[in-house]
Design a protein around this ligand. Structure first.
Ligand code: UDX
Length: 445
């Protein structure tokens, strides 16, 4: 199969590389010439474990190519994937400008029958709109079929997820087009669900909304656990053993971030409003998440009163481990509040520092190790559960910090360990450890 992919962001690049790896001939298209030049040298524009190696392997095997010339790529393709961004508009709805531009470009470039597959997360009805745009501008002798094939990749394990996903969803107007896309994906050996276009579009939004709901649910249970003196780790384990609930996505923390959940939940709320059925449950999920993102800061204020003039270490900047993605990272919300309160912030992240610098500039200091960030700090905030941070011995906090007062947003440490090291330790949904805290921070009210 000759496949072209429009857009080399997260989804487009990972999809292109993996489709090449299972034997297809893939050309990834992007308007950004600089990006294309880099990728043509085997350099990945994003940090994703295993991606660059797989890119190089498939480029060497001449199955994977990059071009800034869409016409050339689309003209020779049997299948074209649209994997461009659908950023959030001010009102929360998805901005479809790039998807529509890609559809127009495809229509003007194709000379043979083609299947256009939408990977981008798009509101229900968008694939029909894509079809309409292409029909208006394509040559009359060319047949175009539209397929919706949403992705469910997690950043940081995107390659693994592509080869080990739970299901592949194929929404199509006709069986023939669905079968072609099923055949393309066959080598992945993943169960395929065939449905119509609108249901496929809805599956993606519903999946992300449900997962976001699970996170906000467990975060609220954690907040109540603190008040009643229960332990969220035990509670989450206890409910997760019920197979109707399941053990996944029950890690309490500082809220979800990243490129999907925040954007897609808002887009679904917007969509539900448009069809006159406001999704009130999801509105609450978003509200809870916004509050949870700054919960470590609120806890610090509760303990310390004023934070003015204090030195804080922030451990972890990326929205989750194994990615350099800073989109909607809870670290940003926490740091902005600390800076506004006159706190001096030194941050450490093993990978995301450059991306963070582009957003935060010299308003904070950047450390090249957790030890350096912690040196002389009055407060430490554990924000991202990177291996380098989770595995940091608690003795390092005791040795490096001016006052070992730790706010752990990822429950990285056992409470008795924190006690043994004589630390003041506040986590999520568990009792606080340390004398100062017992004086200032009341859990069982
Ligand atoms: C998510 C979906 O998992 C994926 O299917 C979809 O295609 C894109 O969005 P991603 O954003 O990469 O993937 O990361 P994920 O691992 O799902 O985590 C999302 C956020 O939820 C992170 O901020 C993470 O810290 C948070 N999270 C996740 C929790 O707070 N608790 C959990 O139990 C799980």
């Amino acid at each position: 199969m000759n496949i072209a992919i429009a857009g080399t962001g997260y989804v487009g690049l990972v999809t292109g590389v993996c489709l090449a790896h299972i034997g297809h001939h893939v050309t990834c298209v992007d308007k950004d010439k600089e990006k294309i030049a880099k990728m043509s040298q085997g350099i990945s524009p994003i940090y994703e474990p295993g991606l660059e190696e797989l890119m190089k392997e498939n480029m060497d095997a001449k199955r994977l190519h990059f071009t800034a010339n869409p016409k050339e790529a689309y003209a020779n393709a049997n299948v074209i994937y649209i994997a461009v961004g659908t950023p959030e508009r001010e009102d929360g709805s998805a901005d479809l400008q790039y998807v529509e531009d890609a559809a127009r470009e495809i229509a003007r470039s194709i000379a043979n029958d083609v299947i256009v597959v939408t990977k981008s997360t798009v509101p229900v009805g968008t694939n029909e709109r894509i079809k309409h745009i292409i029909e208006m501008e394509k040559p009359p002798y060319v047949r175009v079929d539209i397929v919706s094939n949403p992705e469910f990749l997690r950043e940081g394990s995107a390659i693994y997820d592509t080869f080990h996903g739970d299901r592949i969803v194929i929404g199509a107007e006709n069986e023939e087009a669905a079968n072609v896309i099923a055949k393309i994906n066959e080598p992945f050996g993943i169960p395929i669900i065939k449905t119509d276009l609108r249901s496929a579009e809805m599956i993606k939004y519903a999946a992300n909304a449900f997962l976001a709901t699970k996170i906000s649910f467990i975060n609220e249970i954690a907040n109540i656990c603190e008040k009643v003196g229960a332990n969220i780790d035990d509670v989450a384990y206890g409910i997760g053993q019920d197979h109707r609930i399941g053990p996944h996505f029950l890690r309490a923390g500082i809220g979800y971030g990243g490129s999907c959940f925040p954007k897609d939940t808002k887009a679904l709320v917007q969509l539900s409003g448009n069809v006159d059925h406001p999704f009130e449950l999801l509105q609450s999920v978003i509200k809870v998440n916004n509050r949870q993102r700054v919960i470590l800061y609120e806890k610090a204020k509760q303990v310390c009163g004023s934070l003015y003039g204090k030195k804080a270490a922030v451990l972890g900047l990326a929205f989750k481990p194994n990615t350099d993605d800073m989109r909607e990272a809870p670290s940003l919300a926490i740091i902005e509040r600390l800076l506004a309160d006159g706190v001096r912030v030194t941050a450490y992240d093993p990978v995301a520092t450059e991306k963070a610098k582009a957003l935060l500039g010299d308003r904070i200091d950047y450390a090249s190790s957790p030890e350096e960030a912690l040196a002389g700090a009055d407060l430490a905030f554990i924000v991202t559960e990177w291996k380098q941070i989770v595995e940091l011995p608690l003795s390092v906090f005791a040795q490096q910090m001016a006052t070992p007062l730790i706010f752990d947003g990822r429950n990285c440490y056992a409470l008795d360990e924190a006690e043994k090291h004589g630390l003041q330790y506040v986590s999520i949904g568990r009792r606080a450890v340390g004398q100062i805290l017992n004086n200032h921070y009341s859990f069982c009210q």
